[in-house]
Design a protein around this ligand. Sequence first.
Ligand code: SF4
Length: 397
Amino acid sequence: MTPRFFLRFAREVAPLPLAKFAWNFGFKGVLAVNRFKRDLARGVTIPAFPFISVTNRCNLKCRGCWVSQSSPPLDMPPELLDKTIVSFNSVGSYFFGLLGGEPLLYPHLVEIIARHPKSYFQVFTNGIFLSDEIAREMRRLGNVTALVSVEGLEDESARRRGNKDVFAKTMQGIENCRRNRIPIGCASSVCKSNFNELLSEDYIDAAIRRGVHYLWYYIYRPSGENPCPEEALDREQILLMRKFIVEQRLKKAVAIVDAYWDDEGRAICPAATGISHHVNPRGEIEPCPVIQFACDKLETDSDVLGVFEKSDYLRHFRGFAANCGRGCVYLENPRRLQEFSVSEKASPSSGRIGQMEELPSMPAMPGHDLGADSIPEKSILYRFAKKNWFFGFGAYG
Ligand code: SF4
């Protein structure tokens, strides 16, 4: 993220979305982390940045996706979503990641975003339904960014997502956002087969040319009905990925997001710190989207914050995950995770038949803890941001 990025962002994003991004996301986001830190100091953990899956509807069936579609589909009741947003607002959290399935298939999405103008929403979408009309609506509301998943270029996208037209349609969705001047992100879950094409300067440069403002790189986490664990990265690749991210942050006019490492390059699990947890369309609270076990459920008459605050399961999970190490307990310790979930009497929350057999049969895979090979941030800006707003929050002692 270079000075050129800020100029680009200010020039390319329309005034209202720009102002809402700066205020609702930027300024209030800082306050939300400060509130989170204050609460932690008095022994209370209420996520600063909740992630909510609003539906399990989807038009694709991607490899490795944790979501199980159902018939009839499952949508979060809008009253519950409203109540959850308002409850988090009451403690100063205004940022919500909205996931699916495909959230643009959730029938109430636009009205919910419109009903909460003081909040900021990041919509995780495959981009196919990002029509000109939807993008125009997003611009009119201002308090929303589209985070479009790109799982590879044409061929790899077709292989991973099961449909040869996906890449072109996704790019059209990005183009609609660019034309309507809203903040655009691209999220990629990096696996063996898309590693070279997504972790490349060509990919970043092409994204910038298409008007993308931020790139979010994830490590592929095999899950769901078609997990494909053979696609998981090895340690060497994770190290290369970290190196690539740190270096590109110094060079490119785009923001590069990761949710894995602090300013010193030490590994962090957002669920172990409690900065973020996930609510599924049924209202069940999971440690994170891929860990589909829950003890607590939000209902429309729930004391939402009380459920988070009093959850023994989430508290125990945070201690358990941090004890397992700084990396990803899901990848590195699937069997221990299963044992822990059973010992907590947590219920499988994916809706998949056979979910109880999944973790025990999954091989242990490398996570993002690079130990002695940790690579500190080189960009002063990222170093500062991570040091203040994204660190271990005391989870690792
Ligand atoms: S357990 Fe793994 S996938 Fe879940 S939040 Fe932690 S690092 Fe991410």
